[in-house]
Design a protein around this ligand. Structure first.
Ligand code: AMP
Ligand code: GLY
Length: 427
């Protein structure tokens, strides 16, 4: 068998889950990760190149004869890393810049959904603050949702209950530029209610194959209180993602999105992440991402039966129709261990104890999100530190296992939510 060298771009829990799965492929000879973290270093050689240093990354891939590069993160995708690699004749998994705009611009994605009749919340886009304010004063119902157009680390979405809050939001996003140039355009969107589900998919430009569903917990505190974070925990599958919901999304959302991108001359290859809201009027798209979710990847990838390298290659080669994508008939839960104070301010550099407890334990995983090696010890190095994941025969068992495993780890300012997967009880 021809054995391949793989480079993964990114440094979080998602990239650790990808690297862990790539390492299981019998096709793989060697894995590199740029820049990686202390956990990824157990399965890959970490390379000290930043995810936005495209020319250095491409030069590294050439020098080291990398056969396949997998881009985990949104920023390099939206910035065009795939185009740089392709120009150098390198094989790379991920959307080009003109397709990553599906995540990079919310105004673009809303206009696409409107043009192709893909169900989503009603909205208006604004380039000028005074026009947005006039609209809010004259036409809006509250609550209403304001979204900075561009990438803002998941923080550029404001749910405003009153006109005064919305006026303040327009000021923050468009005038004070709290999220930088991401706020040059503002999307004002109808507020929807319902359960949220994340569905990730592999796409080869034409064919789309969805993965098993998952649900994230974006708020920092129990009971969905506190600030929005990158995600404090996930479970998979979602019991609310029924066959009926799946049928609807197959018919009106998934293939329709891939076809719409192709029709616009923006062929999409890579991962499309559908953030869905299951409203009373049926499923609607909340947002698209152009990469695996984090920490959705930490519960979806461990349940994937296929050799992930074969699936990546099928996407790059436009042969996804030949892949029989399969997931285990079980469940997984990921509880994020964070630094107390995340997402605002927190201390880091604390030694982490207990990582060895996960060695050789089937169905238990500790994915590193923000860790580093200091004086030979693994220390905390970010807001989200670890993603403790466990499988179980069903969601309840997986949740009990994951919470049990969170006790195996100690560090000075360890913080977690205690209600990840609580919604399972209501299913
Ligand atoms: P997004 O980054 O677009 O996924 O938004 C972050 C979070 O804001 C989502 O996960 C939802 O919880 C919430 N959200 C976004 N858009 C809406 C909407 N139109 N109605 C209600 N909640 C929303
Ligand atoms: N967990 C949500 C995201 O990755 O955007």
């Amino acid at each position: 068998m021809e054995r391949v060298k793989v480079l993964i771009i990114g440094s979080g829990g998602r990239e650790h889950a990808i690297a862990w799965k790539v390492a299981k492929s019998p096709k793989v000879d060697k894995i590199y990760c740029a820049p990686g973290n202390a956990g990824i270093a157990e399965v890959a050689e970490c390379v000290n190149i930043g995810a936005m240093e495209f020319d250095k990354l491409a030069a590294f891939a050439k020098e080291n004869e990398i056969d396949l590069t997998v881009v985990g993160m949104d920023d390099p995708l939206v910035g065009g890393v795939v185009d740089v690699f392709e120009k150098e004749g390198l094989r790379v998994f991920g959307p080009r810049k003109n397709a990553a705009i599906l995540e990079g611009s919310k105004a673009f994605s809303k206009d696409l959904m409107k043009k192709y009749n893909i169900p989503t919340a009603a909205y208006e886009n604004f380039q000028h603050a005074d026009e947005a304010l006039a609209y809010l004063r004259e036409k809006a119902d509250f609550p209403i949702v304001l979204k900075a157009d561009g990438l803002a680390l998941g923080k550029g979405v404001l749910i405003c209950n009153t006109l005064a809050e919305a006026e303040e939001g327009v000021k923050e996003i468009m005038l004070d530029k709290k999220f930088g140039s991401a706020g040059n355009t503002l999307v004002v969107e109808e507020f929807m209610t319902g359960r949220e589900v994340s569905v990730l998919s592999f796409v080869d430009g034409k064919t789309i194959k969805t993965m098993t569903s998952a649900q994230d917990h974006k708020r920092a505190k129990d009971g969905d209180e506190g600030l929005n974070t990158g995600g404090m925990g996930t479970f998979s599958p979602s019991p609310f993602y029924t066959e009926e919901v799946d049928d609807f999304c197959e018919k009106y959302i998934y293939q329709a999105t891939v076809d719409a991108m192709a029709a616009e001359g923006r062929e999409f290859k890579g991962i499309i992440f559908f953030g869905l809201m299951l409203t009373e009027k049926g499923p609607k798209v909340l947002e698209y991402n152009a990469r695996f979710g984090d920490p959705e990847a930490q519960v979806v990838i461990p349940r994937l039966k296929n050799d992930i390298v074969e699936v990546f290659e099928a996407c790059v080669d436009g042969k996804l129709d030949e892949v029989d994508l399969q997931f285990e008939d079980n469940a997984a839960v990921c509880v994020v261990l964070a630094s107390d104070g995340y997402p605002v301010s927190y201390e880091k550099g604390f030694p982490i104890e207990g990582l060895e407890n996960f060695k050789d334990k089937d169905g238990y995983y500790v994915f590193h999100a923000g860790t580093a090696l200091k004086d030979g010890r693994i220390v905390t190095n970010g807001g989200r530190v670890l993603g403790v994941t466990a499988k179980g025969a069903d969601l309840k068992e997986a949740r009990a296992n994951a919470y049990k495993a969170t006790d195996w780890i100690q560090f000075a300012n360890k913080y977690k939510r205690n209600d990840i997967g609580k919604a399972i009880d209501e299913a």
